[in-house]
Write a protein that binds this ligand. Structure first.
Ligand SMILES: Cc1cc2nc3c(=O)[nH]c(=O)nc-3n(C[C@H](O)[C@H](O)[C@H](O)COP(=O)(O)O)c2cc1C
Length: 193
C-alpha cells in the first residue's frame, strides 16, 4: 500500500481497466452483489474526505498524502443481492436465513474485486491504498453520495502515482512465516520456541 501520491492523473484507460477487472472477481452463485463508486472530480473527492475523515485514527500526514490521490473507488457490498440470488430454484434457500452462509460472501466477493483492482493498479505501474471508512462516517458518506442503505462500503481505494511516503508502522510486525500459518496434512500448533 502507498499513502502519498503525485499530482499526475490516472488515465481514463487505466481507470476503466481497473474497474473492468473488478467485474471479473468470482462471486457466490455469480451473484455479483457489488457496486463501485468512482470519484475523480476534485469536488467529489473533497466531499468524500469531508464525509469520511472526521475522527480518523490516522495522523494528518496520512490524510494529506491520501487526499492527493486523483482516483477514489469505493467498493460496496449488497447482501440482499446474495439473499435474493439464493432463493432462486437452483439454490432454493427461500427462507433467506443468513445462518446458512459459512461466511459473509457479499463482503468476501467485494473484497476479491478490490484485490483485483489493487493487482491491476500494480500492473499499470500505479500505486494504491485500501483503507477503512470509520463506522461513524458511513452515514455521512451515504448521505453525501446518495448511497442506498442496501449497499455497504467495505472500505475505499485511493489510487494514483506513487510519491515518497512513510511505510505503515504495522509493517514492523514482520510478515508471518509459512511454517507458522500453513498446516500440511494435520493442524500443527506452532512450536513454542
Ligand atoms: C481490510 C484492510 C483495511 C485496511 N485499512 C487501512 C487503513 O484504514 N489505513 C491504512 O493506511 N491502511 C490500511 N490497510 C493497509 C494495511 O495497513 C496494509 O495492507 C498492511 O500494513 C500491509 O502492507 P502492504 O499492503 O503494503 O504489504 C488496510 C488493509 C486491508 C486489507
Amino acid at each position: 500500500m502507498v499513502r502519498n501520491f503525485t499530482d499526475e492523473p490516472v488515465s481514463a484507460t487505466q481507470r476503466d481497466r481497473i474497474l473492468a477487472n473488478a467485474l471479473h472477481a468470482p462471486s457466490a452463485g455469480f451473484s455479483q452483489g457489488w457496486a463501485f463508486l468512482v470519484l475523480e472530480e476534485p469536488p467529489d473527492r473533497d466531499r468524500f474526505w469531508s464525509a469520511t475523515a472526521g475522527e480518523q485514527d490516522e495522523p494528518d500526514s496520512w490524510l494529506a498524502g491520501m487526499r492527493r490521490a486523483p482516483l477514489l473507488v469505493v467498493p460496496l457490498a449488497n447482501k440482499d443481492a446474495y439473499l435474493d440470488r439464493y432463493t432462486e430454484p437452483d439454490k432454493g434457500w427461500t427462507d433467506r436465513d443468513e445462518s446458512r452462509w459459512p461466511a459473509p460472501y457479499w463482503h468476501i466477493d467485494t473484497g476479491m474485486a478490490s484485490l483485483l483492482m489493487l493487482l491491476t493498479v500494480v500492473d499499470e505501474e500505479l500505486a494504491a491504498c485500501f483503507f477503512g471508512i470509520p463506522p461513524d462516517r458511513i452515514s455521512p458518506f451515504r448521505e453525501a453520495f446518495g448511497v442506498p442503505s442496501a449497499y455497504q462500503p467495505i472500505g475505499a481505494l485511493a489510487i494514483g502515482h506513487r510519491a515518497p511516503d512513510r511505510r505503515s508502522p504495522s509493517l514492523r510486525r514482520g510478515r508471518r512465516e509459512a511454517a507458522e500459518v500453513v498446516h500440511h496434512g494435520q493442524w500443527h500448533a506452532p512450536s513454542a520456541t
